[in-house]
Design a protein. Structure first.
Lengths: 69, 171
């Protein structure tokens, strides 16, 4: 998929673990892991909103578009 | 799904299983009895000319033996489908495969029916060819339509499986 999720980068910057993020955002570790590894097919606005709120970032910081060759 | 819904689905699945097993037992009893009856009828075919005996054997095979095997194959596929439903995975990737198998089995039944109808329509040779052909086509088309319906349902379930996977991967 040309959309890449940069969740791991932001988590490193904020020094936050997956467990801590999942507790603060209120979604399961499994779902967060799917998102982090880039296996997610879609993300709800509500989830994006919570992640951005907890990590204090913009949706653009989390997602990026790379053209497929 | 709530606990109440799950328990209701569980009861329905149990009922479906019981109905399927009862039908299978009934079908087995009827098949065995009809095999005994056919065993009494087939020796009378021996007195007929060899061509008729051959057609009679094919007719018995397509009318009794082949549908029996196909029905058990269909029952196995339906049983697998019920198992998937009882596990709470009706939209598993295997579901459309089982439904498609039932569809192909129905096509097989249609072919067997057509052969049996053709043999009975043309033995002895008919006066009105068009009447016999229409009779054969009509009985075969009903079953073909049913098989086609199963294939369409399998396609719909396949799309459902894709939607379910999308839903599972939505965070």
């Amino acid at each position: 998929m040309p959309i890449e999720v940069n969740l791991d980068l932001i988590m490193v910057k904020r020094k936050m673990s997956l467990t801590e993020l999942s507790e603060k955002v209120g979604i399961t570790m499994a779902n967060l892991s799917v998102l982090k590894q880039g296996h997610a097919r879609a993300i709800r606005f509500s989830t994006l909103e919570k992640v951005c709120e907890v990590l204090d970032c913009q949706p653009g910081d989390l997602l990026s578009y790379k053209k497929e060759e | 799904m709530t606990g109440k819904t799950i328990s209701r689905v569980g009861t329905e699945v149990k009922a479906l299983r019981i109905v399927l097993i009862t039908l299978l037992i009934l079908y087995g009893v009827v098949s065995v009895s009809s095999a005994f009856i056919m065993a009494k009828v087939v020796p009378s075919l021996v007195n007929r000319p060899s061509g008729r005996l051959f057609l009679g054997s094919i007719s018995v095979f397509c009318d009794r033996v082949l549908p029996g095997v196909v029905f058990f194959f269909m029952a196995y596929s339906i049983f697998k489908l019920i198992s998937l439903i009882s596990r709470g995975e009706p939209f598993s990737p295997a579901s459309p495969r089982y439904i498609r198998r039932v569809g192909y089995a129905v096509f097989g039944l249609a072919a067997a029916n057509t052969v049996v109808d053709a043999i009975s329509a043309f033995t002895p040779p008919v006066d009105f060819l068009s009447k016999a052909v229409i009779w054969i086509l009509f009985s075969g088309l009903n079953t073909l339509l049913m098989g086609f319906g199963f294939l369409v349902i399998a396609k719909v379930i396949e799309i459902g499986v894709r939607l379910q996977q999308d839903q599972n991967l939505t965070v």
